[in-house]
Design a protein around this ligand. Structure first.
Ligand SMILES: [Zn+2]
Length: 336
C-alpha cells in the first residue's frame, strides 16, 4: 500500500530546485544497478513496466542521466557534475539486458552501462550462484549431504518443502561467498552429483547470456559494455594470480569484442567484504579508472573512484525518488 507521507516527501523532493541543494549538500550522484528485467512473461528482477515508470519520471523532472564513463571522466578531470546527475548500470550480461533493458533505456535517452561476465558471453560458463539455484531447484531428492569446496567440510541440504529449498539456496550461496573460491567451478560437478541433477550442457533459457553481437549493438545504440570479471567469483576470496587474471582477462576480452578499451569495472557481488585494496590495484593496473561496488549509498565528492557505491533499483517509485533526490543523502548525513 502507498505510504502518504513518503509520497508527499517524494513529491516535494522532486520540486526542490537543484541550485538550492548544491551549497548545502555538495556534489552528489546516485548510481543505480539493475540485475534482470522481464517483459511480463518472466518473474526474475524488475518488470519493464516498472523500469519505464522510473525512466519517465527522470524525463518529467529533467534529471541529467550520465553514462558511467562520463562520470568517471568528470571525476578524474575534477570537472563539476551537472545538477540532477544520475547513472544507471546493469550487471552480469543476461540476454534480457540487450533484448529488453537496452531498447527501453535507448527510448528514454538514458545511457546504460552493462557489466558483463566475459566467460558467460563466451559460453564457457554460467554464473556459479545461478547454478546453485538450478541444482537445488531441479533436485528430486528431499535432502542430501553436500561436500563443500573447503577441505573436509560438508553441508546438510534440506529440500523437504519449497520454503526449505529457498532457504537452502540462500544459505549455500552465503556460505560459498565466505569460503575460498579458487576451485569453485571445479567443485560444481560435485554439487550436481550430490543433488542427483544432470550437469547442464549450457545455461537454461531463464539464465541465457546476451551474445557478443548483442553487445556490439548495445554499444552502437550509445550504451557501454564493461567488464565484470571472467567467472563472477568473488575477488577477495581468490589468490593474487586468480584475482589479477579475472580482471585483466575480462578487460582484454571486452576490448577485443567491442573495440573500446574499458575504463569502468564492477566487482562481483560488490559488498565491502568482496574486494580489497589489492583488487582495486589490479583494476587500476588494467587501465580502469572507475569501479563500482554495491555499497548502498549516494556517491559524493571525495569517494574513492575505484569503489563507487550503487543502489539496487528499488521496487517502489517512492523509494526510487528518495534515492534519486537529496532525501536519501540527507538521511545518510543525519545518520552520521
Ligand atoms: Zn554480478
Amino acid at each position: 500500500m502507498r505510504n502518504p507521507l513518503k509520497h508527499w516527501i517524494a513529491a516535494a523532493a522532486l520540486r526542490t530546485p537543484a541550485a538550492l541543494l548544491r551549497p548545502l549538500l555538495g556534489q552528489f550522484c546516485p548510481i543505480f544497478v539493475l540485475h534482470r528485467v522481464h517483459d511480463g512473461s518472466g518473474t526474475r528482477g524488475h518488470s519493464a513496466v516498472h523500469v519505464e515508470r522510473c525512466l519517465a519520471l527522470l524525463r518529467r523532472h529533467r534529471f541529467r542521466p550520465l553514462a558511467l564513463p562520463e562520470l568517471a571522466h568528470r571525476l578524474a578531470a575534477d570537472e563539476p557534475l551537472p545538477p540532477k546527475s544520475v547513472v544507471f548500470t546493469i550487471d552480469d550480461g543476461f540476454a534480457d539486458h540487450a533484448e529488453i533493458a537496452g531498447p527501453l533505456f535507448t527510448r528514454y535517452d538514458v545511457p546504460l552501462t552493462c557489466f558483463v561476465i566475459t566467460g558467460f558471453l563466451d559460453g564457457t560458463l554460467w554464473p556459479w550462484d545461478d547454478q546453485i539455484a538450478h541444482a537445488l531447484t531441479q533436485s528430486p531428492l528431499p535432502g542430501f549431504t553436500l561436500p563443500l569446496p573447503a577441505e573436509g567440510a560438508a553441508w546438510q541440504v534440506d529440500l523437504a518443502d519449497p520454503g526449505a529449498r529457498a532457504a537452502a539456496i540462500g544459505a549455500l550461496r552465503k556460505q560459498l561467498k565466505t569460503d575460498p573460491q579458487d576451485r569453485l567451478y571445479d567443485w560444481l560437478p560435485t554439487l550436481y552429483a550430490a543433488a542427483a541433477v544432470e550437469v547442464p550442457e549450457r545455461a537454461p533459457e531463464a539464465c541465457r547470456p546476451m551474445r557478443w553481437d548483442d553487445a556490439t549493438r548495445f554499444v552502437a545504440a550509445g550504451h557501454t559494455i564493461a567488464p565484470h570479471t571472467v567467472s563472477h567469483r568473488i575477488l577477495a576470496r581468490l589468490g593474487d594470480a586468480e584475482s589479477r587474471a579475472e580482471i585483466t582477462r575480462s578487460v582484454a576480452r571486452v576490448h577485443a569484442m567491442t573495440g573500446e578499451a574499458p575504463r569502468v569495472f564492477a566487482y562481483p557481488t560488490g559488498r565491502a567484504a568482496d574486494f580489497t585494496a589489492r583488487d582495486r590495484g589490479f583494476a587500476a593496473a588494467a587501465g580502469i579508472d572507475c569501479a563500482v561496488s554495491t555499497e548502498p549509498r549516494t556517491m559524493v565528492a571525495g569517494d574513492h573512484a575505484l569503489a563507487l557505491p550503487r543502489f539496487s533499483l528499488p521496487d517502489s517509485v517512492e523509494d526510487f525518488v528518495q534515492y534519486l533526490s537529496f532525501v536519501e543523502l540527507l538521511k545518510e548525513r543525519l545518520r552520521r
